[in-house]
Write a protein that binds this ligand. Structure first.
Ligand SMILES: [Zn+2]
Length: 398
């Protein structure tokens, strides 16, 4: 934890004063360790008690933290500090291929309220719906919303926020950020879904994940997205579109074609669609006359349906093969898998790890693969974290 905070400090040190840096360190301790006393903060950070008290006063005034009373051990109950979670501070938009969710969160990343609707392939219709929901939440929360984060399944030039392409919806350079910003008057941040989930893992994930510097997020859906975190930051590459490992070559004759028509890609071997195709083959339903959804396939497997289990395990094998390539190329401390398939993690974990280990040549670091703990809407958590991470990384007192 200390290491991650120090890294973030290093990144902002150039433009901020020591006081600003200390303010961020203290805010992050309250976020991660709260409720916590001023004395404990001083002890952990080795900052002077008077410095801590001064900064805590400022953070209380900005409304970022609040005082709560701890358990009394006889005398007066101790005054502790915790994040102020009584009101909504951000809107997250999880723009998915089929469904879009617009929701509010407090400072801790807790989901407060949400509206959900089918994603219309007509860009204007979808974006109008997003704006309607956002305006509704902004009005309802009386000015406490500070920004909007949008996660979407496309290529995003992160520093401009320009969406280059959303392949599944066939939207070319849709002006998402500009339109939402103009309609709501709020700052808007946009990120590719896998990168957004990686950011959420970093900020809200389990300690094994948010304490590491280098990890890879593998997001399994109809396709496969990956988010690469180096030194606590999303690795973006030239043009901001790095991490398209879904189309690396795994073999030949995959059960389906990838979105670009190839039968050799990781996505063609290890996506949800590939698992459904395997299940259809195993149940003698090659023409797909009795279609089930991937959620239903996972439920069947969890109930012990042998064909569903086999389809998931074979898919898990290819998930592991792909991960072995990522590990050999990038040597992450942890690889995190997310998506609906994680619900069946206890059935597939051994297959994923065994395939990853068998695919790795001698001398590479050990394989460490985990399931995400972000819950059923990792991309929504990603959208929240686009606003919240910024808030914790650059606190200014005005
Ligand atoms: Zn491909």
């Amino acid at each position: 934890m200390v290491r991650r905070i120090n890294l973030k400090r290093a990144n902002v040190a150039r433009s901020n004063t020591i006081r600003d840096i200390n303010r961020q360190i203290i805010l992050n301790y309250v976020r991660e360790e709260g409720p916590i006393s001023r004395a404990d903060i001083a002890k952990i950070t080795a900052l002077q008690r008077s410095t801590v008290s001064l900064i805590v006063e400022e953070l209380l005034n900005t409304g970022l933290i609040e005082e709560v009373y701890g358990e009394s051990s006889g005398g007066r109950p101790p005054q502790l500090l915790s994040l102020r979670t009584s009101h909504a501070v951000a809107i997250g938009v999880d723009l998915g291929k089929k469904t879009t969710i617009v929701a509010t969160t407090d400072l801790s990343g807790r989901l407060l309220e949400q509206e959900e609707f089918p994603t219309d392939k007509d860009f204007n219709k979808t974006i109008d719906r997003v704006i309607d929901s956002a305006k509704h939440f902004i009005k309802k929360n009386g000015g406490s919303i500070e920004g909007i984060g949008i996660s979407l399944p496309g290529m995003v030039e992160s520093w401009t926020g320009d969406v280059l392409l959303i392949p599944h919806l066939d939207w070319h350079r849709p002006k998402v950020a500009e339109i939402v910003r103009q309609a709501t008057g709020l700052p808007v941040k946009i990120e590719n879904d896998a990168n957004a989930v990686a950011l959420a893992e970093l900020w809200f994930g389990r300690p094994e994940i948010n304490n590491v510097r280098d990890f890879i997020l593998v997001y399994i859906t109809n396709g496969i997205g990956t988010g690469v975190v180096f030194d606590g930051q999303i690795y973006r590459g030239k043009g901001g579109v790095a991490g398209e490992f879904g189309h690396m070559t795994i073999g030949s004759d995959a059960p389906i074609a990838c979105a670009a028509g190839s039968h050799n890609c990781w996505e063609a071997f290890a996506s949800e669609r590939s698992a459904l195709a395997r299940y259809a083959n195993l149940s003698g339903n090659r023409n797909g006359s009795q279609k089930i959804t991937f959620v239903e396939l996972v439920e069947l497997a969890l109930k012990g349906d042998a064909k569903a289990v086999a389809a998931l395990k074979e898919t898990a094998h290819y998930i592991g093969i792909g991960i072995s390539n990522l590990i050999q190329g990038l040597s992450p401390e942890v690889t995190v898998v997310t998506g609906t398939i994680v619900r069946a993690w206890k059935l597939i974990a051994d297959e994923v790890t065994a395939a990853a280990e068998s695919g790795i040549c001698q001398g590479y670091p050990s394989v460490n693969i985990m399931a995400s703990t972000l819950g059923s809407h990792p991309t929504l958590m990603g959208a929240f974290s686009l606003v919240l991470a910024d808030k914790f990384a650059s606190v200014s007192v005005t």
